[in-house]
Design a protein around this ligand. Structure first.
Ligand code: OAD
Length: 240
């Protein structure tokens, strides 16, 4: 285990050129958005098979939408936390996130790759067109003007992340001098494998045990909101 000060000392030893930040639900936990697999996580209360698969949507689109509307409200009312804000100060960094909450962009991060889509985007199930819809829908399930059902423009279990998105992420990770892996259990592909493409220094920030304990160079067992602001200060000093 590494202390925040030790992680900062390691960053000060780097010839730092590029930074990639890889995040999961843990980075938004301090904004009040539940994670998936912690003690109070969503998958402890809900079954992914009932709510986050194409089959579930085909079976009962209204049920799936009720769950997404509940999450959309929670996320609309949430604010970026100290970790999102600090990450946004890394203007040139690429942020690769599994989160669909859009909080990195709301905090001001300019380069964000959303691997699993965005909860405020919808997609017409007939035409495949996408649009941003932040407000609550008057009726569920919502429909496109063409009459077909709209679905959340997110990646569900059994669906693929576009290959081009994965390739772009791998390419950035291969070239980065520093990779921060924040608040992800590393269980869902490709989170678990992306870290292996890093030739630079990799630092995990997560208060709990994950598979990254063995694959990252350093592990800071702290909450993102505590560890990320001082780590970002050190990165910005080193980039100067
Ligand atoms: P998980 O819920 O699997 O993991 C969240 C991680 O965040 C855990 O390892 C926690 O220890 C950590 N954590 C909690 N609070 C934290 C804090 N304050 N600071 C730092 N870390 C903290 O969430 P993900 O790994 O993001 O996919 O899950 C990956 C994917 O699985 C999600 O995108 C979602 C889910 O099923 C789909 O819905 C397709």
């Amino acid at each position: 285990m590494t202390s925040i000060d030790e992680a900062i000392a390691a960053i000060r030893n780097l010839a730092l050129e590029r930074v990639v930040v890889y995040t999961g639900a843990g980075v938004s936990a301090e904004s009040g958005i539940p994670t998936f697999r912690d003690a109070d996580g969503l998958w402890r209360t809900f079954r992914a098979e009932d709510l986050a698969t194409p089959e579930a949507f085909a079976r009962d689109p209204a049920l799936v939408w009720e769950w997404y509307e509940w999450r959309r409200k929670l996320i609309r009312e949430a604010k970026p936390n100290a970790a999102h804000d600090a990450i946004a100060r890394l203007h040139d960094a690429l942020v690769i996130t599994q989160n669909i909450d859009g909080l990195h962009a709301r905090a001001g991060s300019e380069h964000v790759t959303e691997l699993h889509g965005n909860i405020f985007r919808v997609c017409c199930t007939r035409e495949g067109t996408t649009s941003t819809r932040r407000d609550a829908f008057p009726e569920l399930p919502p429909r496109c003007s063409c009459g077909a059902l709209l679905r959340p423009d997110v990646v569900w279990f059994g669906e693929r992340i576009p290959m081009e998105t994965i390739e772009r992420s791998v390419h950035a990770i291969e070239r980065t001098s520093l990779l921060l892996v924040i608040g992800t259990s590393g269980i869902v592909y490709p989170a678990s494998s992306l870290v292996h493409f890093c030739h630079g220094l990799s630092i995990e920030i997560n208060p709990d045990m994950t598979p990254f304990r063995s694959s990252c160079d350093l592990v800071v067992a702290e909450k993102a909101g505590t560890a990320i602001p001082p780590i970002v200060d050190a990165i910005l000093e080193q980039l100067r």
